[in-house]
Design a protein around this ligand. Sequence first.
Ligand code: ADP
Length: 429
Amino acid sequence: MREPYKAYQGLLTERSTVAAVVFTLALMWSVDQITFIGAFFVGAVAAAFLLQLEIKRRMERLENRRSAIREKRKSKTGASVLLGAHALDRLPSPLMLINADKKIAFANESARELLGNDIVGNDAILYLRQSNFVAALDNILKGQYGDFGVIRYTTSKDRSFDVTVAPVLAGRKQQDGVRAIVYFYEVTSLLRTERMRADFVANASHELRTPLTSVLGFIETLRGPAVGDQDAHKRFLGIMQTEAERMVRLIDDLLSLSRIEMTRYMAPNAITDINKLIVSAINTVKTVAAERGVVLVFEQAEGVASVIADSDQITQVLLNLLSNAAKYADPETTVHIHTELTRTGKHVMLSISDEGPGIAQEHLARLTERFYRVDTARSRKMGGTGLGLAIVKHILLRHGSTLDIKSQLGTGTSFSFKLAIPQNKPQSS
Ligand code: ADP
């Protein structure tokens, strides 16, 4: 429904005014009352009215133009539009806006999650007390900008952020003063990777240095005090060979690991006979196992053969697990290699169980870390590199599988993993 005012306004147009003038003059003429003064008076009233209409229309046009300019200006102040639209709330990185009095004017969702839900309105220094942050904020709010270096903020939950403080104008003019934007860039995983790389280099160097030091020691003895001692020569050269072989194994394992990591995201697609791989691995390990009286027994599941696997890599998994069982199992015991179909029928579950000393629960989670050993001296004595289970874990990851370790002290340990069965008709690899 039209408002009465609008309806009234609709009548006040040039056309209706001219019509009213013509009608009045015609009426005056019809009753014989038309005079020059009367006609002039009607004309003057109509002209005044038309003038008023024109002024009103121009005023309206001017007002429309002004509001368009105001809208344009508003959209130019990007930050206020972003804040208004809550776009910054969705940013995965924490971000805050700090007023000249150091109170937090705005904090996005991530910042509230990091520092607390009720931080807005509080002093920023309450949350970030580091002297370099306080100094950067002070300088920026005083209008002194510069490079404040890396401001690192670490939470009690060990999350680390690099904090950037930057100035923003509080209004449109310089004299309106400045506010500060505080942006947090999370570096937790970067730092963790850096630490892991440093640890890895330190561990690998240590593992190589130990046999090298021993080889150098024997060379010195052979050239010095044991120069003419044939027995010592024979014994020391034997030890030197063992140490050199250990270094070769270590380097081979390191190269294997880096090769496996390079293919980490390329899922295997070959179809392989798992029984053949198991039998061949048993044949490779059984002589070493027999030296300690350990027997390897394969309990093969009916109707299980084809799996999707990289045969070289799964052979390496089997060799590492079987040689560990042969090394660590109690003498004169049996190692069981068992396969079975999972309940869904889509996987083969393979397990290798030994009757050994077992592994305490606190070690189980870390067992697949590089160079992690339960008993370092025993592992070294057995020729271990500390990389066997790390290699197993990475190969299985590539196969979309994980290594499950169950152990009971004094009873033994069981390592198991699943491999996918091809769902279409099998073709041999
Ligand atoms: P290593 O070369 O030392 O054998 P691995 O990565 O293969 O390195 O194994 C890591 C550690 O796990 C070993 O040092 C050993 O302490 C423990 N371990 C592995 N397999 C067994 C097992 N079957 N029984 C007992 N302990 C084991």
